[in-house]
Design a protein around this ligand. Sequence first.
Ligand SMILES: Nc1ncnc2c1ncn2[C@@H]1O[C@H](COP(=O)(O)OP(=O)(O)OP(=O)(O)O)[C@@H](O)[C@H]1O
Ligand SMILES: [Mg+2]
Length: 221
Amino acid sequence: MIEFSDVSKIYGNFWAALSDINIKIDQGEFVFVTGPTGAGKTTLLRLIYRDELPTKGIVKVFGHNLTTLRKKIIPELRRQIGIVFQDFKLLYERTAYENLEFSLRVIGIPKSVIKKKISDTMERLGIGHKSDSYPFELSGGEQQKVSLARALIKDPLILLADEPTGNIDPDGAAEILNIFREINYTGTTVIMATHNTKLAKSSRKRCIALDKGNLISDGSI
Ligand SMILES: Nc1ncnc2c1ncn2[C@@H]1O[C@H](COP(=O)(O)OP(=O)(O)OP(=O)(O)O)[C@@H](O)[C@H]1O
Ligand SMILES: [Mg+2]
């Protein structure tokens, strides 16, 4: 479903954010991407949703080579991918509710089901009481949960989560992992980037470890 063949991403003329990466992720897998700051975790995720193209090698998602994928197809690809950004990327002039509403509208979900879907998802993440708040009125952890809700609400085939527990207390982090496990159980491929190796290890899932753009290990730990 996701395949990297000899993928390198070089910024500027020489900075290799990723070097010769070979990985294959099947539908329904739960994978952690770990490594210290600057290891290349975010870059790897950005290549999957075609926010960046590889400098060398091939990235395939759903069988499409993303380098040669026609521009017209990109929105279709992204519709299937829920993304939790490291810096949230919420719309700051819209409330939490409106942020979720917007993401459902753009993928054509009918108005009749939007309201219930939003309230269910917000309740599930424990932020139902914040639906009318603007992002600047929310704590970092609450903003992170809104960004998580926005990704989950699309029922994506792939969930990419970049440091989704970075602003959340340990209990909350465990709770989010549980939600990811449930989502994964229903068939969604979950790829979670984190520098919290302890959290990744304790889950006993596949772990792709990066350091300075190199693949250090890939397997269950
Ligand atoms: N747009 C860019 N232009 C130039 N260099 C970049 C760009 N994006 C990333 N890099 C560099 O590539 C390397 C990998 O960055 P990346 O954001 O993938 O790391 P990361 O593992 O996600 O780190 P963190 O844990 O801090 O989020 C870093 O050295 C970074 O400075
Ligand atoms: Mg990052």
